[in-house]
Design a protein around this ligand. Structure first.
Ligand SMILES: NC(=O)c1ccc[n+]([C@@H]2O[C@H](COP(=O)([O-])OP(=O)(O)OC[C@H]3O[C@@H](n4cnc5c(N)ncnc54)[C@H](O)[C@@H]3O)[C@@H](O)[C@H]2O)c1
Length: 349
């Protein structure tokens, strides 16, 4: 079988998760990284490995496509670059797997979708839980009515992050926009814990590849760190179908108070919980008729998204997380940015 040629955009940070798999995992044999774009590639372990392997590395997507082409572009760059790079790759014939969040503005998201529609290429957004077999099985059960109408989902997640986190990479973390004007809206809800906010919208969407539309949102956001955006939030979202979604997330906790994501989903006919036993994720449903369902681990295979993308390219199989799926999350992020032009500091008390 011919390999799927891959352009990797970004080589450090989260891109390392892709490159480790693409360069070292036997199951990634169907892919071949034929080029990379990253002006700072020399600073990352896998950037240097690509260079040692003789894989050409360019500073820009323009330079890459002047010299080469690739069937698939994987974008794992700072948020403000997603829209431009995704559109450029599609315009030059590449399917795109773009990291979450889709981008920073609704206009950019629309432009990405328009380019996808114009080119007929595939565009997936890398929220890995939406590619997880466990989450997809749960969503099937919700869609088939097993839990009846869903009334509420509540999620809590504390990911301790210190100032190194905000100073990583090119220094874009925690920013509202760059000095050059590009929007970022980078916060606890749009980046590290975005998965779990998106997941509640995803689970209550009325098709596999759609998420619920937020109708109203009440929110408190705070910052303990000296950042522009917020490191802590408490959100109450009501969806168009009247499901209440509660989201509590923070980076501003000491290491020992970290909490992996937990959620409780309450439906008319039963409850689903995600919790942990001896550090192992347990996601289980409990129906009012006495049945219990074990769903497996949402984090079992973080890179299933890569293989779903490969299959979508080869077999035209549907993708569970496309721009439309990721858009409701972005709507919440944009609404928060509009509602809080300045982030309140945690009150001293
Ligand atoms: N799915 C996940 O679990 C997950 C986890 C972490 C980050 N992410 C996402 O991955 C993306 C990158 O985040 P990160 O934390 O790795 O950021 P980062 O700043 O640590 O790394 C970004 C990479 O992009 C490169 N880069 C910077 N400017 C570039 C340019 N103009 N062209 C090409 N490459 C450029 C950097 O050199 C670096 O290699 C974000 O969208 C983030 O939300 C996803």
């Amino acid at each position: 079988m011919q390999k799927i040629t891959v352009l990797m955009i970004g080589t450090g940070g989260y891109a390392a998760v892709y490159l480790r798999e693409l360069l070292h995992s036997p199951r990634a044999e169907q892919f071949q990284v034929t080029g990379a774009v990253d002006p700072y590639a020399a600073m990352s372990e896998y950037g240097r490995e690509l260079s040692d392997l003789g894989v050409p590395i360019y500073d820009t997507v323009e330079e890459f496509y002047q010299a080469q082409a690739a069937e698939l572009a994987i974008i794992a760059t700072p948020i403000y670059l997603h829209a431009y790079q995704a559109q450029y790759c599609m315009e030059h014939g590449g399917h795109v797997l773009c990291e979450k969040p889709i981008c920073a503005t609704l206009e950019d998201a629309k432009a990405m979708m328009a380019t996808r529609d114009k080119t007929g290429l595939k565009l997936a957004i890398g929220f890995q839980w939406s590619f997880s077999e466990a989450i997809l099985k749960l969503k099937q059960d919700i869609l088939s009515g097993l839990y009846g109408n869903i009334r509420q989902i509540r999620t809590i997640v504390y990911f301790p992050r210190n100032l190194d986190y905000y100073h990583r990479g090119t220094g874009w973390a925690g920013k509202r926009r760059l000095d050059t004007g590009e929007w970022l809206l980078d916060s606890v809800a749009s980046n590290a814990t975005a998965h779990y906010l998106h997941n509640m919208l995803f689970l209550t969407g009325d098709k596999i590849d759609r998420s619920a539309e937020p109708k109203t949102m009440e929110a408190e956001v705070y910052r303990a760190n000296s950042i522009e955006m917020f490191d802590t939030c408490a959100l109450r979202i009501r969806t168009v179908k009247e499901v209440e979604l509660l989201f509590y997330a923070t980076h501003a906790v000491p290491m020992e108070q970290g909490r992996m994501p937990e959620f409780v989903l309450e439906g008319e006919n039963g409850t689903v919980t995600l919790g942990y036993e001896n550090g192992q994720e347990i996601m289980a449903g409990c129906l009012k008729d006495g049945r219990n369902i074990s769903y497996g681990k949402p984090d079992a295979d973080e890179l299933r998204k890569l293989y779903c993308m490969g299959e979508a390219i080869r077999e035209n199989t549907p993708l569970p997380c496309v721009p439309e799926t990721a858009l409701p999350h972005l709507k919440c992020i944009c609404a928060l940015a509009e509602s809080f032009p300045e982030t309140p500091e945690f009150p001293a008390e």
